[in-house]
Design a protein around this ligand. Structure first.
Ligand SMILES: O=P(O)(O)OC[C@@H](O)[C@@H](O)c1c[nH]c2ccccc12
Length: 261
């Protein structure tokens, strides 16, 4: 069965090949070196989670599961609203084909706030990590289901070499074991099934108990309100990645504050 993730990765391979052909490595390196230093992504999340909830607030215009989420899309305003509402970090979609994202959204959002920013995209090549740093990203995502162990290691090492944090995304216990063979101790559990888009918080509940001491554990996807977060907190989860539920709100400051304030 060909899954949505397979389809996305196929497109991503073509896209990355084209980008690599169009951009000289030396130029991307120069841009990366000229960037302001990475803002500590995991540290910001941990700091908020120590006394409340650590929120990674996502700037997302559209998604395969949600369609077009917001018509008055404005990454700068959304970034400022998330910061004002008490988010610890931002996540900005940069995939164009499936999420209507763009690198320019990340650049603009990061320049407008002090929060660390995750480049939310499908990493298949260490080259994309350098590109992420060149546009200012402070952290990248590794989706365990998308990569073999060697690829994950190379991508993670590229990020560590640039001083960036890595959010490692898993769906099940086998993927969690593979994630824990990496160096990063920032683990996200995606509650959304990438095959049929169904959401189950049981994924998080099952895996939180398996995460060793010293991990920052993030529940991702399908969280719609404060009650979801409080239920998760009862099981020991204090960090959350939320996009759609906040992006659909007219008043995103109030919505963010209601979620984590
Ligand atoms: O919008 P939601 O349901 O709050 O989910 C946010 C985030 O978890 C989701 O966008 C996501 C999780 N992992 C991903 C990987 C790629 C693209 C997107 C994602």
């Amino acid at each position: 069965m060909i899954t949505m993730l397979d389809t996305i990765l196929e497109t991503k391979r073509e896209e990355v090949a084209a980008r690599k052909a169009a951009n000289a490595l030396s130029e991307i390196e120069a841009l990366a070196m000229a960037q302001t230093p990475p803002r500590g992504f995991r540290a910001a999340l941990d700091a908020k989670a120590a006394t409340g909830y650590g929120l990674i607030a996502e700037i997302k215009q559209a998604s395969p599961s949600g369609g077009l989420i917001r018509t008055d899309f404005d990454p700068v305003r959304h970034a400022q609203d998330y910061e004002a509402g008490g988010a610890a970090c931002l996540s900005v979609l940069t995939d164009l084909t499936y999420f209507q994202g763009h690198e320019s959204y990340l650049i603009a959002a990061r320049a407008a706030v002090k929060l660390p920013v995750l480049r939310k995209d499908f990493m298949i090549d260490p080259w994309q990590v350098l590109e992420a740093r060149a546009i200012g990203a402070d952290a990248i995502l590794i989706i365990v289901a998308a990569l073999d162990d060697e690829q994950m290691g190379e991508i993670e090492d590229a990020a560590i070499g640039l001083g960036m944090d890595v959010l490692v995304e898993v769906h099940d216990a086998a993927e969690l074991d593979r994630a824990l063979a990496l160096k990063s101790r920032l683990i996200g559990v995606n509650n959304r099934n990438l095959k049929d888009f169904s959401v189950s918080f049981e994924r998080t509940y099952e895996l939180v108990g398996r995460a060793p001491e010293g991990c920052t554990f993030v529940a991702e996807s399908g969280l719609t309100g404060r009650a979801d977060l409080d239920a998760m907190a009862e099981r020991g989860v204090r960090c959350f990645l939320i996009g759609e539920a906040l992006m659909r709100e007219a008043d995103m400051v109030a919505a963010t504050r209601a979620m984590v304030g």
